[in-house]
Design a protein around this ligand. Structure first.
Ligand SMILES: Nc1ncnc2c1ncn2[C@@H]1O[C@H](COP(=O)(O)OP(=O)(O)O)[C@@H](O)[C@H]1O
Ligand SMILES: [Mg+2]
Length: 309
């Protein structure tokens, strides 16, 4: 952070929003490079939606600026909106229109919209083109919302919690569609509170909490910057205390519901001393496995809380 990106497609400067006494977005600075997927990752209430809507020019900030290239989005939202695609909340659809009619309706709002049949194919909605919106599944509605976001052939696509409420298969389908947008050269800015989604999709991401960006970078950069560590996991019923001092190489022992997690920067040494500890104490190392650190671990380290709380 701190370094100025010369080719940023979006620049958020000092962006600030208050709701009464709540500082929802707190002097936030971000730069989004073109042609990549950028995620705002954070728990509910972190300020993701407010940040996104200010960036889209839909919600006026109390302070700060948003630039799309050289265009001041806050002062010229109509200019910016021609180049933006915004995924609508699905509830905003007309339930009695068909998929095709919905895309035609929104396409008519723009000069030179993309052909409706292309959008239907791209979103995998061929079989539902003539079906009413009310008859779509959650995943199909999300893909229709994405299709609507694309009608004006936008340079930047904004997606607010795109996979919220979808089953695992529908999420994967949607991820493929989102990766397809990047393959077409578009910039995608999305919000999510799912660590796995951020890890799979993001070229860069910003970890947000309480209206602030705690850190930003590629997933790998964030993990290496905050946790140059590996994790040894054991089943939670293995009787091992919270004190790592008897197991050289282990930095800390944490209980995380589904596993007991031993954090180490020296995996081999930690494994050897864990095995000899188990021998000494007569314990079985049930469920022993190792893994690298994840964004979930980074979030826990930065905030002291789990994303899922
Ligand atoms: N229209 C609003 N009026 C008052 N408070 C709001 C409004 N929208 C959001 N907030 C508050 O601002 C904070 C950030 O909300 P939001 O941007 O929706 O976060 P997120 O999308 O990360 O869940 C929360 O504390 C939320 O309660
Ligand atoms: Mg939100």
């Amino acid at each position: 952070m701190g370094t100025c990106m010369h080719n940023a497609v979006l620049r958020l400067e000092n962006l600030t929003k208050r709701y009464g006494s709540v500082l929802a977005v707190d002097h936030l600075n971000l730069e989004v490079p073109p042609g990549q997927i950028f995620s705002l990752l954070g728990p509910n209430g972190a300020g993701k939606t407010t940040t996104l809507e200010m960036t889209e020019g839909l919600r006026p900030p109390d302070d700060g600026h948003v630039y799309l290239g050289n265009v001041d989005v806050i002062r010229h939202p109509a200019v910016a909106r021609l180049r933006f695609g915004v995924q609508l909340q699905t509830s905003a659809f007309f339930e009695l229109l068909t998929v095709r009619e919905t895309l035609e309706l929104f396409g008519n709002l723009y000069p030179g919209p993309l052909p409706v049949s292309d959008l239907i194919t791209r979103m995998g909605l061929e079989e539902k083109a003539g079906a009413r919106v009310e008859a779509l599944s959650g995943g199909q509605r999300q893909r229709l919302a994405l299709g609507v976001a694309l009608v004006n052939d936008p340079e930047v696509v904004f997606l607010d919690e795109p996979s919220a409420g979808l089953d695992p298969q529908a999420r994967r389908n949607l991820w493929d569609v989102i990766l397809g947008l990047k393959a077409e050269g578009r910039t995608v800015v999305l919000t999510t509170h799912y660590m796995d989604e951020a890890e799979v999709l993001s070229d860069r991401l910003a970890i947000m909490d309480h209206g602030r960006v705690l850190d930003a970078g590629t997933p790998r950069e964030l993990i290496e910057r905050h946790l140059p560590a590996a994790m040894i996991e054991l089943d939670p019923d293995v009787a091992i205390g919270a004190d790592p001092s008897g197991i050289p190489g282990v930095l800390s022992i944490e209980r995380r519901g589904e596993a007991t997690v031993l954090v180490t920067e020296r995996l081999e040494e930690a494994l050897v001393s864990l095995v000899s500890w188990a021998g000494r104490e007569g314990r079985e190392l049930r469920g022993l496995r190792t893994r690298g650190a994840t964004l979930e671990d980074v979030f826990l380290k930065l905030t002291g809380r789990s994303l899922r709380e």
